[in-house]
Design a protein around this ligand. Structure first.
Ligand SMILES: Cc1cc2nc3c(=O)[nH]c(=O)nc-3n(C[C@H](O)[C@H](O)[C@H](O)COP(=O)(O)OP(=O)(O)OC[C@H]3O[C@@H](n4cnc5c(N)ncnc54)[C@H](O)[C@@H]3O)c2cc1C
Length: 618
């Protein structure tokens, strides 16, 4: 048990003045919640404190890609702001991302480079029913039109806002690299540069550092205060189904490295509220903005959209920050609706990814030992340069697909479709249908799948000493994780070792892997793969030692969340705005777009609107 869950248990009724009724947090934190936690949080949820620990006009939940712009915009519009962040530092997935920022609609960068774009063009792109991916999945068809119109109207302004707040982009023209579902009419991807490696300042060493350290600096200059290491558990509303949102309660969740009793420290501590109380209540005089980053890390929550995603699928960005659905669940507990859920079930846009890194649990992004979270990451993994060097097997030791195949498509962008005419019924006919079912085969139930979930289990890369030489892998620590990477002198012995991995919940049946390797070797001799048509299967697996390396797909984005309107106000199950509650970024529904463009823009909208609330009179 970590300290945070211990502390949550100690929330008592004494901390609150009791109110009748069952509480909001029947949902909150449910993924890791014990009965006691739930009971404690129910008390908390049904109680409005007579005395709040902290107070601000606007309380932003999450200091990531959406929360930071929201906080700055609220401050720009005269509000006092407290940002409550569960992690030990600011940034969320934003600061560990690649720094590719999709923003269009007529930005100054687009204009400078002669790229024609406008809010109208962008809006039509983002709601174009006629665009389908190469696997037939429609990217824009299920988007909420109001949410997209608000995005289209504000993206260019959000880009200028980033510049005004110190974010620097490469000077070249906007491109398409990294663009997912950002519309086809114009290049809209902007690039922040950073190649200084991983450090306390830049946990992943990517372009996100440039963006979010700049926004952190700007926010602090504008008076925004940060409450780090506090996880919002409950959003407090006048009553559970009516009235204004009044504030939140949060519990202390410091992060510890293995063997250490000292909480991890942020890169900079200026502007950080010094608190270590087990629980804190924060009053929001005007509004609370949920910017908690989505729900992909919460297995039960994500399985509402895709029941196949049992616990073996790691989430990109962990263990730096996670997307535990706490914002969604706290919102739903006071009446908020989910929205745009079709977007979360689609098999495209990198929602689940086949990764080239194997042999470690946390392989996306690629961590190095210099990262402050590396002791939690434990191993870097090794990069596969040629999928011919190995076979991939499921939890019962059987191949399931051509190893060289790609995962689901990564989203459409400018140049994807030529000619592209917005809304033209011919567009889908111009796509060459290319089913990409590697991931579906990986997720399929197999002989080891058992009731009640019939989980597909891990995927293992199997290879031999010759493959290690060809790939030039150094497999010594910290390249591989002893619980996610195994080695043995025989294939039979290798099979036995796999149960040491916590996600390999069944014994790989004796003989299966040996039979698979023997058959694959005969396929290589034969020169043709009748099972999965792997093109020109090249290398036998024959020279000991033999290896099994973790190669299980990684969950990436959240594409469904709380229902919002064009002002990013959260809307309830009756279609009514919940006064004083906003949501932005991956926790907001109605948008099928990957990444920080929409997170930044929605934060930009929500911050201003929240600051403009009339709010509480005293
Ligand atoms: C490895 C990686 C690379 C990526 N590369 C790109 C890229 O190049 N371009 C791009 O556009 N997108 C990229 N993305 C996606 C992009 O970073 C996210 O879409 C974006 O950060 C989402 O913004 P957000 O504010 O919704 O969530 P986040 O940025 O994750 O922020 C959410 C914050 O809320 C905090 N939080 C969660 N729950 C609570 C709670 N209960 N109380 C308090 N705080 C809480 C989290 O700790 C986190 O700090 C990448 C993502 C990853 C993981």
């Amino acid at each position: 048990m970590d300290r945070s869950s211990k502390s949550r248990k100690r929330i008592s009724r004494r901390d609150f003045v009791g109110r009748a009724g069952l509480g909001a947090a029947a949902f909150a934190g449910a993924s890791a919640m014990s009965g006691l936690d739930a009971q404690a949080q129910r008390s908390a949820a049904s109680a409005i404190p007579t005395k709040w620990d902290l107070e601000a006009d606007v309380v932003v939940l999450g200091a990531g890609a959406s929360g930071l712009p929201a906080a700055i915009r609220a401050a720009d519009h005269g509000a006092s702001v407290i940002v409550v962040e569960a992690n030990y530092d600011i940034g969320g997935h934003g600061i560990i991302n690649g720094g590719q920022v999709p923003l269009g609609g007529g930005t100054s960068a687009q204009k400078k480079h002669g790229i024609v774009d406008s809010p109208d063009i962008l809006f039509k792109d983002l709601t174009d029913w006629s665009v389908v991916e190469t696997n037939g999945m429609p990217e824009y068809r299920h988007n909420d039109r109001g949410v997209q119109r608000a995005l289209a109207d504000n993206e260019a302004a959000a880009y200028e806002f980033l510049l005004e707040n110190g974010v620097k982009f490469e000077d070249g023209p906007p491109g398409v690299q990294g663009g997912h579902a950002i519309g086809i009419s114009a290049p809209r991807e902007n690039y922040a540069e950073w190649d200084k490696g991983q450090s306390l300042e830049s946990p992943r060493g990517g372009g996100g550092t440039v963006i979010y350290r700049a926004l952190e600096t700007s926010a602090k200059k504008k008076g925004v205060k940060f409450l780090l290491n506090y996880h919002m558990d409950v959003i407090l509303r006048e009553t559970l189904s009516a009235g204004r949102v009044l504030g939140i309660s949060a519990s202390y969740t410091p992060k510890f490295l293995p063997g250490s009793t000292t909480p991890m420290q942020p890169f900079r501590s200026d502007g950080v509220i010094a608190m270590t109380a087990r629980t804190v209540t924060v009053r929001a005089r005007k509004a609370v903005i949920v910017a908690t980053g989505g729900s992909s890390s919460n297995v039960n929550f994500r399985r509402m959209f895709d029941a196949r995603l049992t616990d073996e699928y790691q989430v990109a960005g962990e263990p730096y920050s996670s997307q535990d659905a706490s914002g969604e669940m706290a919102g739903m507990a006071i009446g908020a609706s989910l929205w745009g859920t079709a977007n979360q079930t689609f098999e495209r846009n990198g929602a689940l990814r086949k990764r080239p890194m194997i042999g470690a649990q946390h392989i996306y992004p690629e961590w190095t030992p210099e990262s402050p979270v590396f002791p939690l990451v434990r191993a870097t993994g090794v990069r596969v340069t040629d999928w011919q060097d190995l076979i991939l097997v499921n939890q019962v030791g059987k191949r399931f697909y051509d190893e060289t195949a790609e995962g689901w498509p990564y989203g459409t962008h400018h140049g994807f479709l030529e000619p592209y005419v917005q809304g033209d019924w011919r567009n889908p006919r111009r796509i060459t249908y290319r089913p990409q079912n590697f991931l579906d085969a990986a997720l399929a139930p197999n002989d080891g799948s058992q009731a009640p979930d019939f989980r597909a289990g891990p995927i293992w890369a199997i290879f031999d000493a010759d493959a290690v030489q060809r790939e030039k892998w150094d497999l010594a620590a910290p390249a591989t994780d002893p619980l996610f990477f195994f080695r043995a002198d025989t294939v039979a012995e290798l099979t036995k070792q796999l149960r040491r991995n916590q996600y390999q919940k069944v014994d790989m049946p004796a003989g299966n892997l040996e039979a698979t390797v023997a058959r694959y070797n005969s396929i290589v001799d034969f020169g043709y793969d009748p099972d999965f048509e792997k093109p020109n299967p090249k290398y036998k697996i024959q020279r000991p030692p033999f290896y099994a390396a973790w190669a299980t797909p990684v969950v990436h984005d959240t594409y469904a969340g709380l229902r919002i309107n064009m002002k990013c106000q959260v809307v309830d199950f009756n279609g009514q705005v919940i006064p004083g509650l906003y949501c932005s970024g991956e926790s907001a529904g109605g948008c099928s777009q990957h990444g920080q463009g929409r997170a930044i823009t929605q934060g930009y909208i929500a911050g201003k609107e929240a600051a403009g609330e009339r709010g509480l009179s005293n």
